[in-house]
Design a protein around this ligand. Structure first.
Ligand SMILES: [Zn+2]
Length: 121
């Protein structure tokens, strides 16, 4: 029998009512593709706590009220395109960032690479 160490204290109780089953994985991780590269940056990976907040967050990025990087590139006239989302939270976000292969995750960049690269016939 193992009992020690288990606790429910990590469950946030900011919502008094709500289905317990929905408490997991309501967040969304998103990938923004920049219409033009800004220095070495061409993508931004971020996350929202609830999928319903995604639209608002993207709007904030486009208005320069989101992440610093996005504000800077928008000021340069670069467009932010939402190209991909994953269900998940900051842990997933960090995991994806650590892989440092956003171009491989990005459908736009993958397509461009395939067009430019493998032209065997
Ligand atoms: Zn891309």
């Amino acid at each position: 029998m193992k009992t020690g160490g288990f606790s429910m204290s990590s469950v946030k109780q900011k919502q008094s009512k709500g289905k317990v089953a929905d408490a997991v994985a309501t967040g969304t991780v998103y990938l923004l593709h920049f219409s033009e590269a800004y220095h070495h940056a061409r993508h931004y990976i971020g996350s929202v706590e609830e999928a319903a907040h995604l639209d608002v967050r993207i709007e904030q990025h486009r208005n320069g009220r989101g992440a610093r990087l996005c504000a800077v590139v928008v000021a340069e006239g670069v467009e932010l395109q939402l190209v991909r989302t994953w269900p998940g939270d900051r842990k997933v976000e960090r995991h994806l960032k650590n892989k440092k292969n956003a171009p491989k995750l990005c459908p736009i960049c993958r397509e461009n690479q395939e067009r430019a690269g493998h032209r065997k016939r």
